[in-house]
Each structure stands twice: as structure tokens, then as C-alpha cells.
Design a binder for this molecule. Structure first.
Ligand code: NAP
Length: 260
């Protein structure tokens, strides 16, 4: 018996990294997975991997910033699966800028649109279908950067702090409404995924990091330990499952002591 047997789970930005690990772990625990992303090739291969290991997954293209795509997706899930039990609002990017005074308004809006508009739209359109099928669990990916300052990542930190309080506020709305929907945020520390490479830290060429993720963890994390996507996915499984049924509006920090 899996921890989320028979549940329908939607995970955004799940072609790779933390989202892909959440898809794999939730599938291992018995959920049917709808994984979405803008990287169709990697998304298809993550779904194929889950299916080849005996899980149930399908990949669908979705840009989380587009409201029409959320509406079409949620209608499709409702029609084909009869409801939704788990939503992992995972898609996110990190725009690095040495100083806020050098950040373009375009980059600021880009940062905000994926990390905050995307989560807002997921909450707005998934809560009705979830409550209609008896409730569910929403897990929003924040960060340790949503708990403490992140110089050179000020706009990113703003979005992740926003995700934390958006989650708490909506959790209370749902609890008071008695619609059976729980909302929690997860705060990863330094996890070994491609997001760090996309940030281009210390690089002359965009998208080609000179700084290794392990080096960053070595300097910042107590004991120097670098996390792996499954470390976060295991926390997401817990929040998705009945084991966390009295948890809503909580922040689950998974950072090996980074934010202590
Ligand atoms: P990742 O490896 O870069 O994966 C993120 C995925 O989201 C990518 O497939 C990316 O596609 C996709 N994506 C980007 N924009 C999108 C959009 N508009 N609509 C749908 N999908 C989109 O990142 P990750 O490290 O797994 O991060 C997952 C979440 O955890 C993010 O919210 C991140 O902020 C958070 N987080 C990560 C860490 C960490 O250390 N890794 C720490 C704290 C918090 P493209 O590659 O095509 O852009």
C-alpha cells in the first residue's frame, strides 16, 4: 500500500530536477501523475521513465504563466480523472543580479511571472476542482531564500517569501471554508539540480556555471552537505499524504541546517 495510492497528482516544472523527483516518488507511492513543463523532450522522457518502472504518468505541455493553459489543463484533468488530489507548484527560475539597481524591469517581471503568477494561477484554478472531489493537498515550492535574505537574488527571494505567505493565507482561507484543501510550502536548501547552472554563477558564458553546486554547498551548508532532489521529494510525499493531515499553512524546511 503506497502513501498516496489512487490519488491524482499534478506537478509543474517536472521535466527535471526537484519536480521530476516529486513525480517519481509520488508515482512510487501509488499516485497517477500528470507532469507538466515547457521542456517537452525532457518531460516526455521523465514520464516514460516512470511508466517503464511500473508507475502511471503522462506529460503535458504547460507554461505556468499562462492562465488559458491552466484553465484548459484543469478542465482536462476534471473530465478525464474526475478530480485532482495533489498539486505541486514547483516550476521556478532564479534570476541572478549582483545589485537590485542593475536589474531590468523585464527581468524583474520574468522572475515574478514564473515564481509567483504561476503559483497564484495554480491555486486559483486547482482549488475549485480539488474541493469538488473531496479536498486535497497543495505543496508550493518556496526556498530558504523565502526565509532569509539572498543578496544577488533579491527578486527571487521576494517571490519565494511571497510563496510562503501566499501559501499560509490561502491555507487559512481553505481551512475556514472547510473545503478539505490543505496548503503548505516547502523550503529547500542547496539541491543539486540544473537551476544552479542556469544561473550562470561566475561564468563568462550565460548558462555555463563556473561555480560547482558542491562548492556552494561546501561554503554555505553546515557540514558542507549538498542535497539531492529526492530529499525534497520525500518531504513532498509526506505533505501530499494522510500522514500530514493536520498540517496546513506550515513551512517544511529541508536544508541540512542552512537557515538555522
Ligand atoms: P530546475 O532543475 O531548473 O527545474 C525547473 C523546471 O521548471 C525546468 O524544467 C524548467 O524548464 C521549468 N520551467 C521554467 N519555466 C517554466 C514555466 N514558465 N512553466 C513551466 N515550467 C517551467 O529547477 P529545480 O532546482 O528543480 O527547482 C524546482 C523548484 O525548487 C523551483 O521553484 C526552485 O525555485 C525551487 N528551489 C530549488 C532549489 C535548488 O537548490 N535546486 C533551492 C530552493 C528552491 P526550463 O529548463 O526550460 O527553464
Amino acid at each position: 500500500m503506497g502513501q498516496v495510492d489512487g490519488k491524482i497528482a499534478l506537478i509543474t516544472g517536472a521535466a527535471m530536477g526537484i519536480g521530476a523527483a516529486c513525480a517519481v516518488r509520488l508515482a512510487e507511492e501509488g499516485a497517477t501523475i500528470i507532469l507538466t513543463d515547457i521542456d517537452d523532450k525532457k518531460g516526455e522522457s521523465t514520464a516514460a521513465l516512470i511508466n517503464s518502472n511500473g508507475g502511471r504518468a503522462e506529460y503535458l505541455h504547460q507554461d505556468v504563466t499562462q492562465e488559458d493553459q491552466w484553465i484548459a489543463l484543469v478542465n482536462d484533468i476534471g473530465a478525464r480523472h474526475g478530480g485532482l488530489d495533489i498539486l505541486v507548484n514547483n516550476a521556478g527560475i532564479a534570476v541572478v543580479c549582483e545589485s537590485i539597481t542593475e536589474m531590468s524591469l523585464e527581468d524583474f517581471h520574468l522572475q515574478n511571472s514564473i515564481n509567483l503568477d504561476g503559483v497564484f494561477l495554480g491555486l486559483k484554478h486547482c482549488i475549485p476542482v480539488m474541493s469538488g472531489s473531496g479536498g486535497g493537498s497543495i505543496i508550493n515550492l518556496s526556498s530558504v531564500a523565502g526565509l532569509k535574505a539572498a543578496p544577488s537574488l533579491a527578486a527571487y527571494a521576494m517571490t519565494k517569501g511571497g510563496v510562503k505567505l501566499l501559501s499560509k493565507s490561502v491555507a487559512k482561507e481553505c481551512a475556514v471554508a472547510g473545503n478539505g484543501v490543505r496548503v503548505n510550502s516547502v523550503h529547500p536548501g542547496i539541491i543539486d539540480t540544473a537551476i544552479w547552472n542556469k544561473m550562470g554563477l561566475g561564468a563568462d558564458v550565460p548558462g555555463e556555471n563556473r561555480t560547482e553546486t558542491s562548492e556552494i554547498a561546501q561554503q554555505a551548508v553546515p557540514g558542507g552537505k549538498l542535497g539531492v532532489p529526492t530529499d525534497i521529494a520525500n518531504g513532498v510525499v509526506f505533505l501530499a499524504s494522510e500522514s500530514s493531515s493536520y498540517m496546513t499553512g506550515s513551512e517544511l524546511v529541508i536544508d541540512h541546517g542552512l537557515s538555522c
